[in-house]
Ligand binder design. Structure first.
Ligand code: HPA
Length: 279
């Protein structure tokens, strides 16, 4: 993708959004963390939007093999400041049912093997996670979904597991005791990496199944049937949310990282030496 390509908003889709992307012309972006999956830039009601399918165009990358750092850094290189994500999840909270849409407000990270930070050496950055998903994007997604007269659950705790296997009933029972509501495999470290680059990030999740132990067995066909059914609605909600996003931003995400740390990262990415004493 040309260096001149720019976008302010990013959309990261999960399973089953191939049609959303098909008419576009996706190309990967080179980053210091490797190639991102292919991205397209499109116009949604006057806003330039970069769209990325995290599992790749043919849904060929499993959750634990996604290059989350390359994908989020590609968004940063394009100038993206606000990301709307979608995730398929299983319901741990029995009041949720397959087909429900939910915008989580917090998460628990049970992933094991992923690169979870851009700040692997000096400058040491301990990013604030007191409000892990951007409150403004959450509000916008919920508003857009209500406008669409969709049932939408405002808030919930997402637990992210490593996958690609589903959880055991004992694991789900543990997560229930930790007050988790939904379980997925892809929200982390995406949300953290976005915050580390001062990018706003929130997700609208589609419950595709009851978690393990709460239904007889997991069946990928059933999961896909539910996400397929909800795809059009989710696409509409995302498209309606884009022009409603606050600009300029006044949320905590915009100032989450010191400018000097971001400058260091950008210079490091280009191989330009940067005086550590500036930090
Ligand atoms: N567990 C983990 N990830 C998921 C699930 C689940 O039950 N459903 C959809 N993504």
């Amino acid at each position: 993708m040309k260096n001149s390509a720019k976008a302010n908003v990013g959309i990261i889709t999960g399973s089953g959004f191939d049609a959303f992307l098909k008419q576009l012309d996706p190309i990967p972006v080179e980053t210091p963390y490797g190639k991102s999956v292919s991205l397209s830039i499109t116009d949604i009601r006057g806003r330039k939007v970069a769209i990325l399918a995290r599992h790749g165009a043919n849904h060929s990358i499993p959750p634990h093999r996604i290059n989350y750092r390359a994908n989020i850094f590609a968004m940063h290189l394009l100038g993206v400041k606000q990301i709307l994500a979608t995730n398929a999840v299983g319901a741990i909270n029995r009041t949720l049912k397959p087909g429900t849409l939910i915008v989580p407000h917090d998460f628990v990270d049970f992933t094991k093997s992923r690169h979870t930070t851009f700040y692997d050496s000096a400058p040491i950055v301990h990013i604030d996670m007191s409000e892990p998903y951007c409150p403004d994007i959450r509000r916008t997604l919920i508003h857009a979904a209500k406008e669409h007269s969709e049932d939408i659950v405002d808030g919930g705790i997402l637990v992210c597991t490593e996958g690609p296997r589903f959880e055991t009933p004992a694991e789900i029972s543990l997560f229930q005791r930790l007050a988790c509501d939904i379980v997925g495999m892809t929200s982390l470290p995406e949300a953290v990496l976005a915050r580390e680059l001062a990018i706003c990030y929130a997700s609208i999740c589609c419950v595709s199944n009851m978690a393990s132990g709460l239904q007889p067995a997991q069946n990928m066909n059933d999961l896909t049937t539910i996400t397929d059914k909800k795809r059009d609605v989710l696409e509409q909600v995302l498209k309606e949310a884009v022009p409603l996003l606050p600009s300029p931003r006044s949320c905590i995400c915009a100032t989450a990282v010191r400018d000097t740390a971001l400058q260091w990262l950008d210079r490091h990415a280009k191989g330009i030496p940067f005086d550590d004493r500036c930090l």
